[in-house]
Design a protein around this ligand. Structure first.
Ligand code: SF4
Length: 347
């Protein structure tokens, strides 16, 4: 089928292009992002179908293994010790408790288990416990993911050797908007951690948050940074800010839904074989908005009624939405097959 446009060459070439690119310019990405909405969605959905079954959604489950009291000052976060959010800090959970929760998540259909700790970085004394958690969850036959803040090369290697499949570390936003959101670590610190994760042989989960007062150029710049990494992140979580009382971003202006969907579609086109995840903020999205995101190329969600400290849709709401849209959770064997496809695209 021919695209009936001649003024939007970037959309046409995005559909015709095969394989992953790592040389996006801001103007190319912006031109995609700003294309007529129908053209952008058509292009994104066409690209999406080349790598994925459009009716399968990968389901992850996220557990906060250590909550609150974080030394960082991320302006959106309820867990920062810098913000008066009233959140009670807790200690690192026991290994058996984490593995027990993972077992329940597996029984409920999750194939990947993500464990998050509110830290600037893990301390040496915590590493044995973290390694045991990875081994325990891995032993259940699930994919494992952790998000623990910055990582040294040595810690990255230890976690990889324990069987950690993914490490989540978001860049959050564009480099130029970054300082308006976080001051305690730099954009480059984040890129350095991502490099260490890759060097240790783990897959990368990296994305950002929309609705933090950024402009469309910032959303596009964030995608350009992600897509121009030497290997695309295998998972790209796109969060919608949940404004939390007591944080500097509590009164951030609400992002237009169409802008959110444009970002998902542009991410899909620029990182054609990555799982693009609708992450935090789904409680503020209508079913119709989520349906549009799935059409635009989102193919992963967090299941479960809690995301670290924030609310997430109840399991019943997701089951009902999946039934209405004819979507099915991705089975573990499908992940292996599509994971091999990813390697092919990037390698
Ligand atoms: S986002 Fe992570 S690093 Fe930033 S304050 Fe929250 S828990 Fe700490």
């Amino acid at each position: 089928m021919q695209l009936a446009v001649d003024r939007h060459d970037d959309v046409v070439s995005a559909v015709s292009a095969r394989g992953a690119r790592h040389d996006w310019t801001r103007s190319q990405a912006l031109s995609l992002y700003a294309a007529p909405f129908n053209d952008l969605l058509f292009a994104a959905h066409t690209v999406h179908r080349r790598s994925f079954d459009p009716n399968r959604i990968q389901m992850s489950r996220l557990l906060s293994i250590k909550t609150g009291g974080c030394a960082e000052d991320c302006g959106y976060c309820s867990q920062s010790a810098h913000h008066a959010t009233g959140l009670k800090a807790s200690k690192l959970m026991a290994v058996e408790a984490v593995v027990g929760e993972a077992r329940k998540a597996r029984a409920a259909g999750a194939t990947r288990y993500c464990m998050g700790a509110a830290w600037r970085e893990p301390k040496a004394r915590d590493m044995d416990q973290l390694v045991a958690m990875v081994e325990g969850v891995k032993g259940l036959g699930m994919e494992t993911c952790m998000t623990l803040g910055m990582l040294s090369g040595e810690d990255a290697l230890r976690l990889a050797e324990a069987g950690l499949d993914y490490y989540n570390h978001n860049i959050d936003t564009s480099e130029s908007h970054y300082n308006a959101v976080i001051s305690t670590r730099t954009f480059q610190d984040r890129l350095d951690t991502l490099e260490r994760v890759r060097a240790a042989g783990m897959k990368v989960c990296c994305g950002g948050i929309l609705g933090m007062g950024e402009g469309k150029e910032d959303r596009v710049d964030m995608l350009v940074t992600l897509a121009n990494l030497s290997v695309h992140p295998e998972s790209v979580p796109i969060n919608l800010l949940i404004p939390i009382a007591g944080t500097p971003l509590q009164a951030a202006p609400k992002l237009d839904t169409i802008e959110f969907v444009r970002t998902i579609a542009t991410a899909r086109i620029m990182m054609p074989a990555s799982y693009v995840r609708l992450s935090a903020g789904r409680t503020d999205m209508t079913d119709e908005m989520q349906a549009m995101c799935f059409f635009a190329g989102a193919n992963s969600i967090f299941a479960g009624d809690k995301l670290l400290t924030a609310d997430n849709p109840e399991a019943d709401a997701d089951t009902e939405l999946f039934a209405r849209l004819g979507l099915k959770p991705l089975a573990p064997e499908d992940i292996t097959r599509e994971g091999e496809a990813e390697q092919g695209h990037d390698g």
